[in-house]
Design a protein around this ligand. Structure first.
Ligand SMILES: C[S@@+](CC[C@H](N)C(=O)[O-])C[C@H]1O[C@@H](n2cnc3c(N)ncnc32)[C@H](O)[C@@H]1O
Length: 239
């Protein structure tokens, strides 16, 4: 059954399918602090020929756009940024654009980042015609930024993406509402795309998720979160 995304009165994107919002109300703070900083970025990609990010739950592309904007702003950036993601229900281009209109910057330094995110959202939306299933790629920045999206159920779509990932963003909905995104088979499919030393970030610190990641070979740390969340998760794949 088609259940399109809804917009709440406060501007938050909401999924009636999963009964949860797409992101925290903290604007760019979550992508910057939970996902980029959680994976040691932007410092970790400095001087590298390539850097590969893997995301579970592409959603409205906010983490992708923030990563791309951070890459663009960084004089030490890797030569090529590869972004691999899975998504079961791709959003419409109009929703990708609306998503960045209502955002606020995390801090004064985030103002120019947000302006770049909005510009890049227009570029993404102009090219955005996701398939119902299968793998698609988009190339930006004259071939230096590469987005590969596998549309489908995460557990089966993840192996279609290749790897290895240098950084992993785990961004499903709340595990209580979206258990498939945090299940052992899905996280095992993520681990198979990691290399020793791959970094992982998430806002989710649920005990069962941390235990699964540990069993799969991740060293897991609970860090101070982005308000209103007390904690966020950082992990390193040890293999
Ligand atoms: C919290 S949102 C992701 C937000 C996104 N990272 C962003 O930056 O906008 C979670 C996403 O996971 C997708 N999703 C949920 N369950 C899934 C599954 N089993 N397989 C693939 N995608 C799934 C949802 O459709 C939704 O777009």
């Amino acid at each position: 059954m088609n259940k399109p995304l809804q917009w709440l009165p406060d501007g938050q994107p909401y999924s009636p399918r999963y009964g949860d919002v797409y992101r925290s109300r903290t604007g760019l703070a979550q992508p910057q602090q939970v996902f980029l900083a959680g994976c040691g970025l932007p410092a970790a990609w400095a001087g590298r020929p390539t850097w590969t990010v893997l995301e579970t739950g592409f959603g409205l592309g906010l983490n992708f756009l923030t990563t791309w904007a951070a890459w663009r702003a960084d004089p030490q950036r890797c030569a090529e940024l590869r972004y691999l993601a899975v998504e079961a229900h791709p959003a419409a281009a109009a929703d990708l654009l609306r998503s960045v209109e209502t955002l606020s910057a995390a801090d004064a330094a985030g103002v120019s980042l947000l302006a770049t995110v909005r510009t890049l959202a227009e570029e993404l939306a102009a090219a955005w015609e996701p398939l119902d299933a299968g793998v698609q790629t988009w190339v930006f920045e004259q071939g230096r930024v590469y987005l590969k999206l596998a549309v489908g159920e995460a557990q089966t779509a993840l192996p279609l993406l290749g790897g290895p990932a240098d950084a992993v963003y785990l961004d499903g909905f709340n595990p209580a509402l979206n258990p498939a995104m945090w299940s052992e088979p899905t996280l095992a499919a993520v681990a198979r795309l990691c290399r020793p030393g791959s970094r992982l970030g998430s806002w989710c610190v649920a005990g069962a998720v941390r235990a699964r990641l540990q069993t799969l070979g991740f060293e897991v740390h609970k860090r101070t979160g982005v308000a209103p969340k007390w904690h966020r998760l950082e992990a390193i794949y040890r293999g």
